[in-house]
Write a protein that binds this ligand. Structure first.
Ligand code: ZN
Ligand code: ZN
Length: 384
């Protein structure tokens, strides 16, 4: 059930940040454990309500009728609100955590932590995408220090408890504020929150347990990948502090533009210029494909400009199934710009032999011929 955070602070649901802050300060003064040791639970409660209502994301959940602290890891009134990490920030701002009888502090955070993922890019041309490729990549990441194997210590020396924070990883200080004296807590600068220091650090990594390294490796990119896809190499990313487990390496694929083919998922498109006579008489055109072979594009006799011939199975393989897409050849019929004397005579006799005439296009004549241009034009101008 959602808790009434507004009610706990005694403000209306639409209260401004200022009103919430004012209400909280007033209650905190009355309930602060330094002032009123019996009111500890109530103090925690108003502090939690304040923390929720000043966090825009949490407040949004409250206003939607939910409870941002409900569910696993959410902390709450019954448990230890400091353990969930939610109250650390506010206590740093207002009271500091870990002081007196309220709050358990955060404690040292451990020297060995998991590493971050890393990202590199590779560029493949269509031939490589069609066949799949092995690409050499150079990766620059943190790797385990081989001198200390991640311990960060020199020879077999041992880390010692931090003298500054005595192993807590944080330092408490008393400060004056509007509430009187309050405790503040900050990360220990000596051990950076770890709670221990290495008096005799490894000479190679300086105690971090990892060093930066540039290395080359070969990555296998499967056939059919698309621009922007990533191949994940588990555990090949950044090694963590203290030699912690490495994150993953992601290899992002970029597709180089091709001179001939335009890709549409697994299909390829190309443009073929066909001389007028070949379009009229029909012919076969051989096209070099991205798969290393050739494809035959059949131009039927009487082919019109703009005809698209589909050649099945001459596209790219599908990433998962390997089934190949199609090649679409867009035919452009080319009329000769210059003709010599002999060609002129031939064309003239062709004109005399044929029955074709110049014709003004009508709606009915284009409908009979498949319909396109007339209605296209009409639609284009109708939009003006
Ligand atoms: Zn080392
Ligand atoms: Zn320390």
């Amino acid at each position: 059930m959602a808790r009434d955070y507004y009610g706990i602070l005694g403000v209306a649901a639409g209260a401004s940040d200022q009103e919430i802050k004012r209400a909280y300060r007033k209650k905190a003064r009355e309930l602060h454990p330094d002032v009123n040791p019996d009111a500890e639970d109530e103090f925690k409660e108003v502090t939690t309500a304040y923390e929720v209502l000043t966090d825009p994301e949490k407040r949004r959940i409250v206003d939607a009728g939910g409870d941002p602290l409900a569910g696993p890891g959410g902390g709450g009134f019954g448990g230890d609100p400091f353990g969930a990490g939610g109250l650390g920030d506010i206590f740093q701002t207002f009271f500091g955590g870990g002081g007196g009888g309220f709050g358990g502090g955060r404690g040292p955070r451990g020297r060995v932590r998991p590493g971050e993922p890393a990202l590199v890019g590779v560029t493949l041309d269509l031939e490589e995408i069609a066949a799949g490729a092995r690409k050499e990549i150079t990766v620059d990441t943190a790797v385990l220090c081989d001198t200390c194997t991640g311990s960060g210590t020199r020879d077999n020396s041992k880390p010692v408890t931090c003298a500054t924070c005595h192993g807590a990883g944080e330092i408490q200080a008393v400060q004056r504020s509007f509430l009187g004296q309050v405790m503040t807590v900050r990360e220990c600068p000596e051990c950076r929150g770890v709670g221990e220091t290495i008096p005799d650090p490894c000479l190679k990594c300086g105690g971090d347990g990892r060093v930066r390294s540039r290395r080359s490796m070969t990555v296998k990119i499967p056939a059919g990948v698309q621009d922007g896809m990533r191949v994940r190499l588990s555990g090949q990313g950044e090694v963590g502090p203290g030699g912690g487990p490495a994150g993953d390496l992601y290899v992002e694929v970029s597709e180089a533009a091709d001179d001939v083919f335009v890709r549409d998922r697994d299909d390829l498109h190309c443009t073929v210029r066909v001389p007028m006579v070949d379009a009229a008489l029909g012919t076969e055109i051989t096209v070099d494909t991205v798969l290393g072979g050739t494809a035959t594009v059949a131009v039927e006799p009487g082919t019109q400009p703009g005809t698209v011939v589909r050649v099945r199975g001459q596209g790219l393989p599908h990433l998962n199934s390997g089934i190949r897409g199609d090649l679409h050849a867009h035919l452009e019929v080319v009329v000769p710009k210059k003709v010599d004397q002999r060609q002129t005579e031939l064309l003239e006799s062709l004109r005399d032999a044929g029955e074709d005439t110049v014709e003004l296009v009508t709606a009915s004549s284009t409908a009979a011929a498949g319909g396109g241009l007339f209605s296209k034009l009409r639609n284009a101008f109708a939009g003006r």
